[in-house]
Design a protein around this ligand. Sequence first.
Ligand SMILES: NC(=O)c1ccc[n+]([C@@H]2O[C@H](COP(=O)([O-])OP(=O)(O)OC[C@H]3O[C@@H](n4cnc5c(N)ncnc54)[C@H](O)[C@@H]3O)[C@@H](O)[C@H]2O)c1
Length: 378
Amino acid sequence: MAEPLRIAFIGAGNSNFGGGEGPWDHASRLEKIGDLTIVGIADLNTSRAEERLSVRRSGPVGGIYAETEIFADFRQMLDKAGPDAVFIGLPPEAHGTARPTKDIELLCAAAGVHMFIEKPVSAAPPEEVAPVAEVLAKAADAGLIISVGYMFRYSRAVAKMKEIIAETPGGVRAVVARYNCAYSEIASKVWWDIRRTGGPIVEQATHFCDLTRYVAGDADLSTVAAVAITGGEPAGRLTDIPDGPDAEPIDADIPPEFRIPRATAAVWRFANGAVGSLTHGVLLHRKKYLAELEAWGDGLRIVLSDPYGPCRLHVRYPGGEEVETLDFADDDPYLTEAEAFVEAVRTGDASAIRCTYADATKTHQLTWAIRRAAEKHT
Ligand SMILES: NC(=O)c1ccc[n+]([C@@H]2O[C@H](COP(=O)([O-])OP(=O)(O)OC[C@H]3O[C@@H](n4cnc5c(N)ncnc54)[C@H](O)[C@@H]3O)[C@@H](O)[C@H]2O)c1
C-alpha cells in the first residue's frame, strides 16, 4: 500500500486553520480527505503554530497530526520534514516574488514540492510576479502540481452558471460583480494599509475579478477604467472602524494616501467582446458581507448570490420572464478544491486543477489594472 501523502502548512493563520470572517480553513478539509499525514507547520510565530497544532491534535482526526513538527523557517521544514506538498497561506506581502524572503514559491519549486497557494499570488505588482510565474510555468510543465486558491471555481453553482451560459446562444454579454465587505470587525491594521496587502481589490475583490474571468474569459486590460473613494478624502470617512490599541480608529496613523479605498467602481471589456464591471465597497457594518455575481446573455440573467453562505442561483432563461432559484447551500467548494489538489498530487494528473498559477497571475493583473486605473483619478 502506498504511504500516506505528506502535507505541510506554510502559515498557521486563518486560511490554513480557521478563524476570521468566513468558512475557510484547509486543515479541516484535509482531515476529511484521509490517507494523508501532516508533517509540519512553518510560521514565524511558532507559538501560534503550536496553539493550532494542539487544538487539532485534540480534535476528532488528531491522528494525522501525530508526527507534525513546528518550524519557524519553512526552508528547514522542507529539508527536515520532507513534505510532498505544502499549503501556502501567508500574508500577500510575504510571498510571490523573486526577492529574498518572498521567494517562497521559487524555493518550494526548487525542492520539487507541490504547492497549493492561497490567493492572491502576491501583494506585489505584476511586474514583480512575472519572473516567478515564468519559473512556475516551467515547473508545472515538468510535472509539479500548483493550484491557486480561487475556490469559487470549484463551486457547483458556478459550474451550473457556466453550463447555462454555454447553452445560451451568443454566450455571456455582460458580467456584473458586486462585493461589499462588512468592515466593523476587521481589526488587523495591515488589512487597512494598501502598502501591505495591495489594497482590497488586489487582496479581496480578487475572488470576484477571478470569477468574472472564469465566466467570461480574459479581460482586455487596455480597456480597464476605474474610480474610487480613497481612505483619505471626506467621503472616505467611516464611522465603525475598529479601534486600535490607542482607542483611535485602527487606520488613524496610516498616512491618508495609503488608507484603503472605501468604494471602487471599475468597467472593462473582455477579449470575447463582453463587458464587465466590479463595484467593491468597504462599507457594510458588523460581519456579513454582500457578494454577488450577475451574468447577462441574450435573454439570460443569472445571479450567483451569497457564495460564501447559503449559495443560490437565480436564473431567468431566454424566452421567459419567470425566475428559477437553484439551491447550492450544501456545497463546500473549499473541500472540492482541496480534494482536486490532493488527487492531482497523488496521480500526477493536474487536469482537475481549476486555477493554475499562470491563470491566477492574469487575475492578479486585472486587479492591479483596476487599482492603477482608479489611482489615476485620485
Ligand atoms: N480563499 C479564501 O477564502 C481565503 C480566506 C482567508 C484568507 N485567504 C488568503 O490567505 C492568505 C493568508 O491569509 P490568512 O488569513 O491565513 O492570514 P493570517 O494573517 O491569519 O496568517 C498568516 C500567517 O503567516 C505567518 N507568516 C508571515 N510571514 C511568514 C513567513 N515568511 N514564513 C512563515 N510564516 C509567515 C504569520 O505569522 C501568520 O501566522 C491571504 O492571502 C488571504 O487573502 C483566503
